[in-house]
Design a protein around this ligand. Structure first.
Ligand SMILES: C[S@@+](CC[C@H](N)C(=O)[O-])C[C@H]1O[C@@H](n2cnc3c(N)ncnc32)[C@H](O)[C@@H]1O
Length: 242
């Protein structure tokens, strides 16, 4: 992996490899079952309605996009070109539209989405500025009354607090054992960005301020510990008032 590669390019390369969908989505093979909990959790948090128009930014293998397409009117997904090709091969549904590109620099056919989700995406963006630009652009493309879920946001302060607890220390021991079982291909070797972003308490609060500054009602939510990184990541849900 060349050091100049961005994470967007890295995930584009992963999408073409003969590896499990879980690994393509930036998770470890032992998190496969936990990954299945993401869709029901996102359903609870976004509470989709039959007339909703969904935008899934960074849909990966379609973990959220595909099942949501059964409960909303239209479902749009943006990701790298390889992810678009792969999902169009395996899933053809009349209400799914896939677009290749790097949000927000991608042409979208509409800007009045009633649901937007970006799950496990913010921390792979190249810079702090890119994260803020992404979040403000997502807020901009939300219709009045719409909801956005910025899901699976890492937080090193949350992680430190967890790891300082007895339960966290025990979990850490188990985690290390599982990591030792992984083969080279199963390791996540995402490139470090030239301008690394710290995801911590301050960053979570700054993201909340971005959304509230854009006129949305934003709330920070804890994750269910049974989700893939449920003890150390959190979600933001925000609503644009009518
Ligand atoms: C860690 S994976 C998560 C995939 C999926 N959302 C999930 O949770 O299973 C991150 C995905 O975001 C995509 N991505 C990163 N930056 C993006 C951007 N600016 N616009 C669209 N997709 C992006 C990557 O290509 C990758 O598929």
């Amino acid at each position: 992996m060349p050091s100049s590669q961005t994470q967007f390019e890295y995930y584009s390369t992963l999408a073409n490899q003969d590896i499990s969908e879980t690994v393509k989505n930036g998770r470890y093979p032992f998190q496969e079952n936990a990954e299945r909990r993401i869709f029901p959790d996102a359903m609870r948090k976004l509470a989709p309605k039959p007339d909703d128009i969904l935008l899934d930014i960074g849909f990966g293998t379609g973990t959220i996009l595909v099942p949501f397409s059964f409960v909303v009117r239209e479902a749009y997904g943006v990701d790298n070109a390889n992810a678009v090709t792969n999902l169009s091969r395996t899933c053809s549904r009349p209400n799914i539209t896939l677009l290749a590109g790097e949000f927000p620099n991608v042409r979208l056919p509409r800007d009045d989405f009633t649901l937007i989700v970006a799950y496990s995406v913010l921390h792979v963006l190249p810079s702090r500025e890119a994260v803020h630009e992404f979040v403000r652009a997502a807020a901009d493309r939300l219709a009045p009354g719409g909801r956005v879920l910025l899901g699976d946001i890492p937080n090193t302060d949350l992680k430190n607090r967890y790891q300082a607890s007895a339960v966290g220390r025990e979990f850490e021991g188990e985690w290390r054992k599982q990591m030792e079982t992984l083969s080279d291909d199963e390791m996540i070797r995402a490139p470090r960005s030239a301008d690394p972003v710290s995801f911590d308490d301050r960053m979570s609060m700054d993201l909340m301020l971005d959304l509230r500054g854009a006129g949305l009602d934003a709330y920070l939510l804890r994750q269910d510990p049974d989700l893939p990184f449920g003890n150390t990541r959190e979600d933001i849900i925000a609503t644009k008032r009518d």
